[in-house]
Write a protein that binds this ligand. Structure first.
Ligand SMILES: NC(=O)c1ccc[n+]([C@@H]2O[C@H](COP(=O)([O-])OP(=O)(O)OC[C@H]3O[C@@H](n4cnc5c(N)ncnc54)[C@H](OP(=O)(O)O)[C@@H]3O)[C@@H](O)[C@H]2O)c1
Length: 210
């Protein structure tokens, strides 16, 4: 049985997840951050794409400022060419960092004395496809995985059948056409089921189920 896949992200009213050039914007308010960090604490692993790691350098941990928990979820990064920045902050915690890469990518030095256990898993295609990715996630024994972006990863998951729930926090701001869209390349009509719509401070949270 595959793990429960929960996709979560925050965006503007015009569906943008970052500013022009991928510059991050703080869409989440305090209530949303408390919700997201609780969600992280309940997850075995958090999955993101390599651009999110190399551009934003997130820690992908539960911050006690927002939610108290001793759980440090593992981090999973989709990185076809092992472009990951060796000083990325995800390596600074005692947990597994699983890098899913493509066929033929030459090994390159990754932090040797990292407190994290670094696991490289290779797929038989230049870019990890969803089947290979899900096989690897299953083999790791995870039961709940949180997908946090960015645009390409959100698109890959939503195009696939491998998701169970999506939560989107909408911040009351328009970013404009030059912002980075929440997804690009959805290749079919995908019907979903509306869950809750909840006001969260100055924004609102939309929950969608498969
Ligand atoms: N508002 C939010 O909640 C939020 C959250 C996270 C990120 N963001 C924003 O998202 C932006 C980054 O989005 P992005 O689309 O450029 O990058 P991304 O989704 O973080 O990473 C995409 C990269 O992952 C690699 N990849 C490998 N296998 C893949 C697969 N099966 N499907 C998709 N990607 C795969 C590809 O690079 P290789 O082929 O080189 O491996 C691809 O270019 C940043 O601006 C960040 O600030 C916003």
């Amino acid at each position: 049985m595959r793990p429960y896949i929960h996709i979560n992200f925050a965006c503007s009213l015009d569906g943008k997840i970052a500013l022009e050039g991928g510059i991050p914007y703080k869409f989440s308010n305090i209530l949303d951050l408390q919700r997201v960090h609780k969600l992280r604490s309940e997850s075995d692993a958090i999955l993101v794409g390599i651009n999110t790691i190399n551009n934003d350098d997130p820690k992908l941990v539960v911050n006690p400022k927002y939610f108290e928990s001793s759980n440090i979820p593992d981090a999973i990064v989709l990185d076809s060419k092992l472009r990951i920045n060796a000083s990325a902050r995800i390596f600074n915690y005692k947990r597994k960092v699983v890098i899913i890469t493509g066929i033929g990518t030459p090994d390159r030095p990754l932090p040797e004395n990292s407190v994290a256990e670094i696991i490289i898993r290779r797929c038989n295609s230049p870019r990890p496809d969803m089947e290979c990715l899900m096989r690897n996630i299953n083999e790791m024994g995870y039961t709940k995985v949180l997908i946090e972006g960015g645009k390409s990863v959100l698109t890959s998951f939503i195009n696939s059948e491998f998701w169970d729930e999506i939560t989107i926090f909408y911040s009351p701001v328009f970013v404009g056409d030059k912002g980075i869209s929440m997804m690009e390349g959805i290749d079919k009509v995908i019907k979903t089921k509306l869950g809750d719509v909840e006001k969260l401070g100055d924004g609102f949270l939309l929950t969608i189920k498969r």
